[in-house]
Structure formats: structure tokens, C-alpha cells
Design a protein. Structure first.
Length: 295
């Protein structure tokens, strides 16, 4: 029997400080659309059948979210706000929070959602726009696969994630028989007269335009949540004198794949991906999202 779609939770990682953007981009409305990327993503998820969302936020955006953004979300969407703070640590590591200014990373952000997520979850970032089809693909995945060891990701052909502002860094997915094997970081990916190239471990490599890039669109299960908790404690032990290191979600997922605790089924995205890093991109990205949503 298929899993009820309403068992799925959307988790939006919105706790970053937006230092390169120069402000809280999670709550910056897109020109012409007059809504944030996060709102559009929540609406797409809702239309795909996901009826509950957990927003992982930083304290500074809470008032604006509650007063301006939450009233614009679909009425039937159950919303839970969770503040990701630097002192959300196991008791024996609380002292590390005194010297920490930025959040502990995406792995810690998802861990903050753990008490509010009872089943599988779709995990996205607040400032990435993935298009409506990604959510439909994820709902179909969890309807088809009931096993908690079978996770998923929607990955985007690199050509659908390039920027007019210059080279981009992407995690290139190595896929075998529809399953993720690993994600390899490729830097400064850009078009040349000979096609796409990117730098991997200091060397320039030719890349296929259809190669899949990980853009933080994961379908996770309670198995990962348990592993995140153990992994975070180990991370804190290993780096207890380095308070700038971050605990990254993909690293934990990779460890789970290698230890065979989970497999991650990879789906190729149908829509384009759009993201905003710098304020200067806002108008251009907004225009493209507007066109896609009209289409």
C-alpha cells in the first residue's frame, strides 16, 4: 500500500546568515513576483501533496516570517518554525557555543528538525528554486519505496544550473544503476569553445552537459536522522578546538552510502534550477523564475 503523501514533511534549511548576499536573502522578495523563493518552493511542495513544513531559521528573521511570510502560505500547510542556534549542542559540548558566531552547517540544521519529523522528509535550501516537478518526483519516490534505507535525491543536469555571472562550483554526482555512489566537488564550471570544463582536485576536466549536479534536494528517512546525531557528536569531538568548521549534510549522506546503511536513488530534474548568491542577481533570477512559472 502506498505511503500517504501527507506523511511527508518538507524541511527548509533557512538558517544561513547570507554573508555574501549582504542580508537575509531567505526573506527578500523577488521583484515582479513579490514573494520569496522559499514561499514559491513551499507552494510547489504543497501542490505536490506535501502538507507539513519545518522551517529551520535564524532568530533574526523570525518576526518578519511570522508577520509577513507565513500569512501568505497555503492555509492547510502545517508550519513549524525551529531556530537553529549555535548553542543547540549535546551537553558536554555546550562550551563550544561561546566562541561560535555562524551556524554549525547543513548537517546540524537538519538535526535541529529531528524532533519535528516523524517519517520521510524532503530537504531543500531556502534560497534555491527547484521547480514544481522535483517535489512530484519525490512524492512518487516515497509512494513507491517504503523501505527506510531507500533515500532519494533530485539532481540537475549541469547545463540547467549555470550562471551568467561566471563560473560555478557544483557537486558532480557519480551514479551507478540509478543509485548515487559519490558527489565530487568541481570548481569554476564554465562554457568554453570546446564545451563545459571544471576543476577537480586542481586539474581541469571536460564535463558532460548532462552530468548531474547535487543542488541540495534530498529525500531522507529516519535512518539518516539517527546517523546525523551520532555523526555530529563525532564531528564535535574531532574539531573541538576549531569553531569555524561546519558539519555538512552531504558528508553524512556519503558516510551512510559507504557503510551501506542507505542507498540514494537519483532522479534527473525536469525543471531548471535557479539560485541567488549575490544581490545583483536578484532581478535577473526573479525574471527567469517568473517566466518559468507563467509557462
Amino acid at each position: 500500500m502506498a505511503t500517504e503523501q501527507n506523511n511527508l514533511t518538507l524541511v527548509v534549511l533557512a538558517g544561513g546568515l547570507g554573508s555574501r548576499f549582504g542580508g537575509n536573502k531567505q526573506i527578500t522578495p523577488l521583484p515582479k513576483l513579490e514573494r520569496t523563493i522559499m514561499e514559491l518552493s513551499i507552494e510547489d511542495a504543497f501542490n505536490a501533496g506535501i502538507k507539513q513544513v519545518v522551517l529551520i531559521i535564524n532568530k533574526s528573521v523570525r518576526a518578519e516570517l511570522e508577520q509577513v511570510i507565513l500569512p501568505r502560505l497555503p492555509n492547510a500547510m502545517k508550519v513549524t518554525l525551529v531556530e537553529q542556534s549555535t548553542d543547540m549542542l549535546p551537553t558536554e559540548f555546550k562550551h563550544l557555543a561561546e566562541h561560535r558566531t555562524k551556524p554549525w552547517g547543513t548537517g546540524h540544521a537538519l538535526l535541529c528538525a529531528k524532533p519535528h519529523v516523524k517519517g520521510p522528509a524532503v530537504v531543500i535550501t531556502a534560497d534555491d528554486y527547484y521547480g514544481p516537478n522535483a517535489y512530484k518526483q519525490m512524492v512518487e519516490h516515497f509512494n513507491q519505496f517504503q523501505d527506510a534505507s531507500c533515500m532519494a535525491m533530485v539532481a540537475f543536469p549541469i547545463e540547467k544550473t549555470l550562471s551568467e555571472q561566471g563560473g560555478v562550483n557544483r557537486g558532480i554526482c557519480e551514479v551507478e544503476q540509478c543509485s548515487l555512489k559519490r558527489v565530487t566537488e568541481s570548481l569554476n564550471i564554465h562554457q568554453t569553445e570546446h564545451g563545459l570544463v571544471g576543476e577537480i582536485e586542481g586539474k581541469l576536466h571536460q564535463l558532460e552537459s548532462q552530468s548531474l549536479a547535487s543542488m541540495t534536494f534530498w529525500g531522507v528517512t529516519p535512518i539518516l536522522m539517527a546517523k546525523l546525531e551520532n555523526g555530529f557528536e563525532k564531528f564535535l569531538e574531532d574539531y573541538d578546538s576549531d569553531v569555524k568548521k561546519e558539519y555538512y549534510l552531504p558528508n553524512c549522506i556519503q558516510a551512510c552510502i559507504e557503510s551501506k546503511h542507505v542507498s540514494v536513488r537519483v532522479y534527473s530534474a525536469i525543471d531548471f534550477w535557479f539560485g541567488v548568491t549575490f544581490k545583483e542577481e536578484l532581478t535577473s533570477v526573479a525574471g527567469k523564475i517568473y517566466e518559468h512559472r507563467q509557462g
